[in-house]
Unconditional design. Structure first.
Length: 436
């Protein structure tokens, strides 16, 4: 067996039902020459369901809470009934029931009113469930495997829902755990998205943070490679929901991947790339439906970055434009105050632009975002906004690609650098600003 460690990451779509789990097991069995760390997300839409359960908990809607818990439990029990028979079913069934007993008892928790803390104590159950099932399925298939609780080795601060990794402690703990487990196993199964703070409480690494977990394990263990298994053939130059003729990016650099993720490309989590770049660990994005195909490789070399233009679309955007009420100039002191107030409402700006008298910024049009911005800024500024917009980013553009995405659209704001063009455009014919 090769002594180098390889990290595999499987998302929810790759373990959404019993057949998908069996496909993952077969894929792991084909890589029997390697030591593997297998990082797994919650099954299917489990995290969304747990968030619905959490919202029922916050509202203290007991009926909705337990109804949703029971539905989620049946979803997992149906999967293990399809996967396991006889004694092995009873063993896994006992483990799953024990985890759901903890979810059930969570409803009566009252010791902490911090909503983000409470979120992080409930949501990771999705990953606990999926990894227990997959590890037992590997054992049943004669793959020597161990289950690793990510909370014991990924150490973070207490910034719940978006925890920061303590890299020195995490690297030490991961190596201690893996060195022990590899004495008996070839495959170590652990959870994505999850860590723990100094008090031992669960933390999460940000939504879609399982990719990041794979990067953390790879960095700490000096892995040979990371493979993120998706239901797409690799990284595409555009979202197939918006483009019929997408092109696979065969090879791009870490730098390009970071740029694409920063602008909103959804294939790779933004935090995933940096630890891999720091240790020059290549990242592959491959299809779990066609694992024999090459996929996309992300590594140090940059010569192929500009070979194919990439398109990133963000719909459902709202553009704010603010002006000082006293008609003064927007100087650095004004902008510093604006950023401070926006940070207090956890605002994430997708693009911004300022002139002498106004400052414009674009955000996702989420629930209450307009009222939150109004509340934060209206005492000092005139606030106007424009909804039903889209933001299009083109990496490595030319005039033909610009014409392709902007023809027939009203452009409200545009920015260009040598390699990136960005356009805020209206989706309908009524794009006049509304004053708050």
């Amino acid at each position: 067996m090769n002594s180098a460690i390889h990290v595999f990451k499987f998302g929810g779509a790759s373990v959404k039902d019993a057949n998908a789990v069996l496909n993952v097991v077969e894929l792991i069995k084909k890589h029997d020459r390697f030591k593997l760390v297998v990082v797994v997300s919650a099954m299917g839409k489990t995290t969304n369901k747990l968030e619905h359960i959490f919202n029922s908990f916050i509202k203290k809607d007991r009926e909705a809470y337990f109804k949703s818990v029971n539905e989620l439990k049946m979803f997992h029990l149906n999967i293990i009934q399809d996967l396991f028979k006889n004694d092995s079913f009873e063993e896994v069934n006992e483990i799953i029931n024990a985890l759901f007993n903890q979810i059930t008892s969570f409803y009566d928790k009252t010791e902490n009113e911090n909503r983000s803390y409470l979120y992080d104590q409930l949501i990771p159950f999705g990953e606990m469930l999926s990894t227990k099932i997959i590890q037992h399925c590997l054992e049943k298939s004669d793959v020597k495997s161990s289950w690793l609780d990510a909370k014991t080795c990924i150490k973070t601060d207490s910034n719940y829902q978006n925890a920061n990794v303590d890299w020195a402690r995490t690297e030490k703990e991961i190596n201690l755990c893996l060195n022990q487990l590899y004495k008996e196993s070839r495959v170590v199964v652990s959870q994505g998205f999850v860590g723990s703070d100094n008090e031992g409480f669960s933390t999460t690494l940000g939504r879609e943070g399982s990719d990041y977990s794979a990067g953390i394990f790879a960095y700490a263990s000096d892995a040979k490679e990371v493979i993120i298994w998706k239901d797409v053939p690799g990284m595409l130059n555009a979202d197939p929901k918006y483009f019929e003729d997408t092109i696979k990016l065969e090879q791009i650099s870490f730098k390009e991947a970071i740029e694409l993720s920063y602008y909103g490309a959804s294939v790779i989590h933004p935090k995933t790339i940096k630890p891999l770049q720091n240790k020059n660990i290549p990242l592959f994005v491959k299809s779990f439906l066609h694992p024999e195909k090459k996929g996309t490789i992300i590594q140090q070399r940059t010569e192929n970055d500009d070979a194919i233009p990439s398109f990133i679309f963000k719909k459902n955007q709202v553009l704010f434009s603010i002006m000082p009420k006293d008609f003064s100039f927007l100087i650095e002191e004004n902008l510093s105050d604006v950023f401070l107030k926006l940070s207090r409402i956890n605002a994430h700006i997708n693009i911004m632009q300022n002139s002498a008298l106004s400052f414009s910024f674009l955000m996702d049009d989420k629930v209450d975002v307009i009222s939150q911005v109004k509340s934060a800024l209206e005492s000092s500024f005139i606030v106007k906004y424009n909804t039903n917009l889209e933001l299009v980013t083109i990496r490595h553009y030319d005039q033909q690609t610009i014409d392709f995405v902007t023809t027939g659209k009203e452009i409200l704001l545009e920015q260009k650098t040598r390699s990136t063009a960005r356009f805020v455009m209206g989706l309908n014919e009524t794009n006049t600003f509304k004053e708050v």
